[in-house]
Ligand binder design. Structure first.
Ligand code: SAM
Length: 218
């Protein structure tokens, strides 16, 4: 019953004692990982009441209160420094994920892996990881309901490594995804074409606007 998207995200979560899922909503991902025996325990963080209740109700219904602690709060403030080995953030914009990570420097201490699934703004997020010492160790694309989602997996390390020995300038590699490119991911070609088509549509719309602001943005 776990979605194709979250099933793929789950693949990148290593066997661990304690993880955190930020923006957990129904705690689908975390309860799946616990039921699979992949993670021993975890924190489901939610900033909004509705999703927080969804998570609490589901954890209760599954009888997983001992394994999953549902906490209400903004971003990484729901965990203590050193509490989580792995942090998962899925189903939000890349800019929001980057800002959550940015505000949580203390809580990121001791974290050995980030498993991220931005719905958009991947470039922004790759840049944030690059600038903050998080080396991309895996990238994936997964199609679910006609939408292609990006998954970024990072660990503390040599940030420039994935960008070495690829025939792309850094800026373009951040757009395309250095590992997706290097490994010739089966969905990468279509994904690039769609991105270009989308940018062209935006340019066309901007060109149609005669205001000075539209021209500057173009
Ligand atoms: N992670 C789940 C998934 O991938 O299916 C749920 C994704 S849902 C679209 C995004 C969730 O992130 C919402 O439930 C929202 O309340 C939560 N959220 C947004 N900003 C947050 C923040 N700063 N801290 C914690 N949760 C946040």
């Amino acid at each position: 019953e776990l979605s194709t998207r979250l099933t793929r995200v789950a693949r990148y979560v290593p066997q661990s004692q304690r993880v955190a899922d930020i923006g957990a909503d129904h705690a689908m991902l975390l309860s799946y990982l616990v039921s699979e025996g992949r993670v021993a325990s975890g924190v489901a963080g939610e900033v909004n009441w509705g999703p927080f209740k969804n998570a609490r109700d589901r954890v209760y219904a599954l009888g997983m209160e001992r394994e999953i602690s549902v906490r209400k709060g903004d971003g990484l403030e729901v965990i203590a420094p050193g509490e989580a080995e792995v942090i998962m953030i899925a189903g939000m914009g890349g800019a929001l994920i980057a800002s959550i990570l940015d505000k949580g420097a203390d809580e990121l201490e001791g974290v050995r892996r980030l498993v991220l699934q931005p719905n958009n703004g991947q470039v922004r997020l790759r840049k944030w990881l690059f600038e903050h010492g998080w080396q991309l160790i895996a990238e994936d694309l997964v199609e679910d309901g006609g939408i292609v989602y990006t998954i970024l997996v990072a660990e503390p390390g040599d940030v420039s490594k994935p960008y070495q020995r690829i025939d792309l300038p850094l800026e373009i590699a951040m757009e395309v995804g250095p590992i997706l490119w290097k490994e010739k991911h089966p969905l990468i070609q279509g994904h690039i074409k769609e991105t270009i088509a989308e940018r062209e549509r935006i340019l066309k719309d901007l060109a149609a606007g005669r205001s000075q602001k539209a021209q500057v943005r173009k």
